[in-house]
Design a protein around this ligand. Structure first.
Ligand code: XMP
Length: 483
């Protein structure tokens, strides 16, 4: 019987280091053979972890978020769209409204699309003005007024031809004190829009994960049931950069067949397949086209799979075994589940992973879905396993609601065997602070291992197995914590 080890069973042996500052250490890594990330982190496709807010925050910092699939297809695609529309070098298809629409229509449209301004067009789609929140401030309760009466008209607009560079656009907006620069063709039809806000976002987040159009990268999960391909199509159309086949036991015909179908119908979209914990599982998924393999069965903070089923594999050994196999094909491994500290991320990468997926550590933040709850004057947020009873109940509610016949059926609930729990975690503020700490710790860990980049530490580090005495010694001990 093989000995399975996890993060707490080992430490990285410190090696001679030439690193003098964390700034010298690069955490750039590969999500797939083709997609590079500046930091090796993914936010988990769980309904208490990743919707658009989380995906935007993590992509701005150089990682990527995976939008969970426990939403209707429409709503999940909408979350993807929110991320893709959040930031653009140039907005290719800005939202427009006809000049003779009423203010009430414009307000509704702006609210639906989550934007604060609209380009106004004539019947033959030529730019006639721009409506911004500044114009709206002047209107007192007259929602029937046509927008042509309140918009900034064409003669007051600062516009440019589409071939302007971002730097020139920035100067033009600064000189003219405007926040929006419509790009127009010679006949005044719209060719795009550049906003000051987008330029500021680029400056404040230079490490962002971006697609070729300057939009944030985002992934989205699909299942393996009937609607998987329909969901995949909607997500791809919304702009998802990568799909994740989300199934607890990824070394299964269900996962393999879904991957085959995806690859034949949508050959251009990269796919992360999983979850597996063995070399055999990794090999089979790669051989049918996986672009990355997600490793981890039962190690997550809210997982009870190992207890309920008796199946699983300690995470560090699972990563080592899977990464060794995946390395033969040059396919990256994602370490998913059980990461509780920056040190665990360093160990996962040292064991062969290229990136790590995070649930619990991101769950208490402002960017995770849901609002904080208060208990004994302390703030908490909720995290739940996607195989927990609560998550299952939520899905039944949603599907009942979607059928729209008012007859919600809970038949599926009674034979459900949960493999996850619902829990509370302390409120933790902004996810960017958590990521700052995690990446700082990872860089220091890489420096201890004598590595300046991920390639130098990945799969090359030396581990020492420790005992429970060693683990006790590793934590703060023999003192009373102040917090
Ligand atoms: P952490 O430890 O970061 O792990 O919270 C996140 C990962 O946990 C997995 N997950 C589950 N596993 N039952 C399970 O056995 C569940 O209900 C469950 N929900 C999430 C998932 O892989 C996630 O990325």
């Amino acid at each position: 019987m093989e000995l399975g080890l996890s993060y707490d069973d080992v430490l990285l042996v410190p090696k001679k280091s030439g690193v003098t500052s964390r700034k010298e250490v690069s955490t750039e890594t590969f999500l797939t053979k083709k997609i590079k990330l500046k930091i090796p982190l993914l936010s988990a496709n769980m309904d208490t972890i990743t919707e658009a807010n989380m995906a935007i925050a993590i992509a701005e910092l150089g990682g990527i978020g995976i939008i969970h699939r426990f939403l209707s297809i429409y709503d999940q695609a909408h979350e993807v769209l929110k991320v893709k529309r959040y930031r653009n070098a140039v907005i290719k298809n800005p939202y427009t409204i006809k000049y003779n629409s009423k203010l009430s229509d414009a307000l509704k449209f702006m609210k639906d699309k989550g934007v604060k301004s609209l380009l106004v067009v004539s019947d033959d789609d030529k730019l006639t003005g721009i409506l911004t929140s500044r114009d709206l401030k002047l209107i007192k309760n007259n929602y029937e007024i046509p927008i042509s009466e309140i918009m900034a008209p064409r003669e007051r607009l600062v516009v440019s031809s589409p071939d302007i560079s971002i730097g020139e656009a920035d100067s033009l907006m600064v000189i003219n004190r405007v926040e929006k620069l419509p790009l127009i063709n010679p006949d005044w039809t719209i060719a795009g829009l550049i906003t000051k806000k987008d330029i500021e976002k680029q400056i404040s987040h230079p490490n962002s994960s971006l697609d070729s159009k300057g939009r944030l990268l985002v992934g989205a999960a699909i299942g393996v049931k009937e609607d998987a391909l329909q969901r995949a199509r909607a997500l791809i159309e919304a702009g998802a950069d990568i799909l994740v086949i989300d199934i607890a036991h990824g070394h299964s015909d269900l996962a393999i067949n879904t991957l085959k179908k995806l690859k034949s119908q949508f050959p251009n979209i990269p796919v992360i397949a999983g979850n597996v914990c063995t070399a055999e599982g990794t090999k089979e998924l790669i051989e049918v086209g996986a672009d990355a393999v997600k490793v981890g069965v039962g190690g997550g903070s809210v997982c009870t799979t190992r207890i309920i089923t008796g199946a699983g594999f300690p995470q560090l050994s699972a990563i080592t075994n899977c990464a060794r196999e995946a390395g033969k094909y040059g396919i990256p491994i994602i370490a998913d589940g059980g990461i509780r500290s920056s040190g665990d991320i360093t160990k996962a990468i040292a064991a062969g992973a290229s990136t790590a997926m995070i649930g619990r550590l991101f769950s208490g933040t402002d960017q995770s879905p849901g609002i904080p709850i208060v208990k004994d004057n302390k703030k908490y947020k909720v995290i739940r396993g996607m195989a927990s009873f609560g998550a299952k109940l939520g899905r039944e509610e949603r599907d009942g609601g979607e059928k729209g016949n008012g007859n919600k059926s809970y038949d599926n609930i009674f034979d459900f065997i949960p493999e996850g729990v619902e829990a509370m975690v302390p409120y933790a503020g902004s996810v960017s602070e958590i990521i700052y700490q995690l990446i700082g710790g990872l860089k220091s860990g890489m420096s201890y291992a004598g590595a300046k980049n991920i390639e130098e530490i990945r799969g090359n580090a030396e581990f020492v197995q420790i005992t429970s005495a060693g683990l006790k010694e590793s934590h703060a001990h023999d003192v009373e914590s102040l917090s």
